[in-house]
Design a protein around this ligand. Structure first.
Ligand code: BMA
Length: 340
């Protein structure tokens, strides 16, 4: 069997720790988690669910920071090692395509992707309810807000890192106004990041594992491999106390990414440690970013922990692929039902 490999850039300074020898699972945590603290800056009371990407000789982040009035804003941060972050105390000011100020209302859960030298930010924005906001920057100084991608209600908008068959492609999770108790992942295409169509269903909630029985949502930007797109996503179960957010992975067809090739059966990461189980919202692991090194196959995943901190977990593309092959959720091909 041919090995899986990442198709993309090398990142030799990727945050990394080897897997502990006695650890039996494919994703392991950074030993100094969490990497942000409560009241990280004067204005940023809690920083979690954030987009991070390699930039110049280090890393750049668009951080979801809740201010001391309880509302989120987006803040920029830079880091040499991807673990120690210098995060601006002031929030990002956006302009529209004509250069006039345009400030999104309570933006949250940003993702960050580079496509052909332009960095795009997707976040959950307010437009008569939650939907997907979009902006671009080339220098992390000027942030140009583009048209919202979708109608309300929607969350977890995640652009692929390149056009597929000539179009931009975005994953999203149609939802409702509040703490949505349902949700599947869909995909939409656009020639210009303005007009979206060719909507396709990608993955349903539920399946054989209770951990993802309520709703699911795309996480970090999909990683291109020679076997397909590697997607980390969150899955949610509602127990008698709360929603519990865990992380799984799927492999999507390279040319038709609405076609799910494999999907993990059990979760890869679930709240277990105090910074994940205790916080503003207990029991949340919410992955929003992953950086990789194509040469070694190393992947560092950034996830929001308990809506209070950012934490890091490590894996390799081979570990995840092996897990996907051995624990494939699609045993009965049930994802094929109802395909557009
Ligand atoms: C979701 C989003 C996330 C949050 C999660 C858990 O609906 O709002 O930002 O991390 O709930 O509270």
């Amino acid at each position: 069997m041919e090995d899986i490999r990442i198709i993309g850039k090398n990142c030799p300074n990727i945050p990394w720790q080897d897997k502990p020898e006695d650890y039996r699972y494919p994703v392991w945590r950074y030993s100094d988690n969490p990497i942000t603290k409560i009241n990280h800056t004067k204005n940023c009371a809690r920083i979690f669910n954030s987009g991070i990407a390699p930039y110049k000789d280090g890393f750049v982040g668009i951080f979801r920071a809740e201010h001391r009035n309880g509302s989120p804003q987006l803040h920029i941060g830079i880091s040499k090692d991807g673990l120690n972050w210098d995060i601006d105390d002031d929030y990002i000011r956006f302009v529209d395509t004509e250069g006039k100020p345009f400030q999104p209302q309570y933006p949250y859960d940003p993702r960050l992707v580079e496509i052909d030298g332009v960095y795009y930010i997707m976040w959950c924005t307010h437009f008569y309810g939650p939907t997907i906001g979009l902006a671009k920057t080339t220098d992390f100084k000027t942030f140009i807000r583009l048209e919202n991608a979708f109608l309300p209600y929607n969350r977890n908008g995640v652009l692929f890192p390149r056009k597929i068959n000539g179009n931009y492609v975005m994953l999203s999770r149609p939802s409702d106004t509040s703490h949505t108790p349902f949700g599947d992942v869909f995909l939409s295409e656009s020639p210009d990041l303005i007009y979206w169509g060719k909507h396709r269903h990608v993955m349903s909630k539920g399946g054989s594992g209770w951990w993802q029985c309520l709703k699911i949502g795309a996480g970090p930007i999909p990683i291109e491999t020679n076997k397909g797109w590697l997607l980390f996503y969150h899955g949610v179960v509602n127990n008698c106390n709360c929603f519990v957010y865990s992380m799984g992975a799927a492999l999507l067809d390279i040319n038709t990414p609405s076609n799910v090739l494999y999907r993990t059966d059990g979760y890869l990461l679930t709240p277990e440690l105090p910074y994940e189980t205790v916080g503003n919202v207990p029991n949340v692991c919410f992955p929003c970013a992953a950086v990789y090194d194509a040469q070694t196959g190393r992947i560092a995943i950034y996830y929001g922990a308990a809506d209070t901190y950012i934490a890091v977990a490590f894996t390799t593309v081979s570990e995840i692929y092996k897990n996907l092959l051995e624990n494939n959720h699609l045993v009965n091909g049930d994802e094929l039902e109802g395909r557009a």
